[in-house]
Design a protein around this ligand. Structure first.
Ligand code: PLP
Length: 409
């Protein structure tokens, strides 16, 4: 009989998994005591490093005080209020509001429901179309699955949400022509400012600005899915700051707690809040049992405090510079054909590598004690923002050796 756990994004018949048992800082250990550098920060989430006592203590103390409570009317908790305030305090929307849920996928589905709700409240129910972007990843709930620009993640589940149109990931003219055709029926656009799981693609110059302009011209809303890019990853608190483009809604998860607790949410700008608050009889019929869970809320506050106290937002640029320089050297050697990234999220397209060879290189690196992600022949890196120079160099050297073994031989 196969083990009980059905792993994420895996073959149900597969039994070949690494079993991790311990973590500390930028390192994790498996059941055989083998040590790995976590070059991907878990799954793009671990900003402050693993197993930090301050964070664990904050969560434990909270659980001792109030172990759980929900935020369905008329209830709430001091710590969920404080977490929302703290998230808002570092966000681009100082007068906005924060909805809390438990994952990136829930944050995306919540944003999609807001994209539907706002036009309805504004008496424009015909605005039902949502634009997604090719190559985008937006989680696995039914809304996020529909928003996927990665066909393999979207297809094979039967009918998804109607009224969704895909735009080209790089050419803004494609979006412009869809707005010309459907502008008065478009509710909004959902995009990652830096496409992460699709292969780490920063936006083409002018692309995000173009989306903002199109949305403004056609009264549509712009959603930035900052589930990976939020909380310091791109060298600012949010990629919205890095690219100086303000969306209307920001979805977040992952780095908000560095993965210590499952938490996600949507930061809502004042313009959208005004619509939600305009009718005192309107009830927001949306929320999850664990929206604002005390342990997750405490984790967010402690995590944001660590990011701020240790200057990790700034540190992310220094980490990125070193990764970039290392990968650029491999590009100059000809083993890498393209280096992409911003802040502390980078990818190196291995020259002439197939998707399978990319996976082989990843496996070789894991054998050598470095965890990264392989995406379509590229290697992606997103280390904790507490990584030191020698460990960054070790990641790059290991990538070079693994590429040599698999491709050059
Ligand atoms: C941009 C983006 N949105 C949404 C998600 C989904 O987040 P979760 O896996 O927490 O549901 C992810 C996960 O990688 C993501 O990268």
């Amino acid at each position: 009989m196969l083990p009980a756990l059905l792993h994420a994004f895996s073959k149900p018949t597969s039994e070949n998994f690494k079993t991790l048992v311990r973590s500390e800082g930028v390192r994790v250990w498996d059941e055989n005591g083998k040590e790995y550098i976590d070059g991907l920060g878990g799954l793009w989430y671990c900003q402050v490093g693993h197993s930090r006592p301050e964070l664990i203590d904050a969560i434990t103390e909270q659980l001792k005080k109030l172990s759980s409570y929900h935020t369905f009317a008329p209830m709430g908790s001091d710590v969920s209020d404080a977490a929302a305030e703290r998230i808002r305090s570092v966000s681009p929307f100082p007068d906005g509001r924060v909805f809390l849920c438990c994952s990136g996928s829930e944050s995306v589905d919540s944003a999609i429901k807001l994209l539907r709700k706002v036009p309805i409240l504004k008496k424009q129910p015909e605005r039902q179309i949502i634009l997604r972007r090719g190559r985008g990843y937006h989680g696995v709930n039914i809304g996020g699955t529909t928003m996927q620009g990665i066909p393999a993640n979207r297809e094979g589940w039967g009918d998804l949400l109607p009224n969704v149109i895909e735009i080209d990931p790089t050419n803004i003219e494609d979006a412009a022509s869809i707005f010309v055709e459907h502008g008065d029926r478009i509710a909004g656009v959902v995009t990652e400012p830096v496409q992460g799981a699709g292969g780490v693609f920063p936006p083409e110059p002018g692309y995000l600005e173009g989306l903002r302009r199109l949305c403004d011209d056609h009264q549509a809303l712009l959603v930035f899915d900052e589930v990976i890019t939020g909380f310091g990853r791109t060298g600012n608190w949010f990629a919205s700051d890095t690219y100086e483009v303000k969306p209307d809604l920001i979805t977040f998860a992952k780095g908000v707690t560095s993965g210590y607790q499952p938490l996600g949410g949507v930061i809502i700008n004042r313009k959208v809040c005004d619509v939600l608050e305009s009718d005192p009889d309107f009830t927001f019929m949306h929320g999850y049992t664990y929206s604002g869970h005390p342990a997750a809320s405490a984790a967010a506050i402690a995590n944001i405090n660590i990011i701020e106290d240790e200057g990790l937002v700034q540190r992310s640029k220094e980490i990125g510079d070193r990764i970039f320089r290392g990968l650029e050297a491999l590009r100059e050697d000809g083993v890498v054909s393209e280096v992409r990234g911003v802040g502390a999220i980078w990818a190196a397209q291995v020259a002439n590598a197939s998707t399978e060879q990319g996976l082989e290189i990843r496996d070789k690196m894991t054998e050598m004690g470095v965890i990264c992600r392989a995406i379509n022949g590229a290697l992606a890196f997103c280390p904790p923002l507490v990584i030191e120079e020698n460990d960054i160099d070790l990641i790059i050297d290991t990538a070079a050796k693994a590429i040599e073994e698999v491709i050059v031989k």
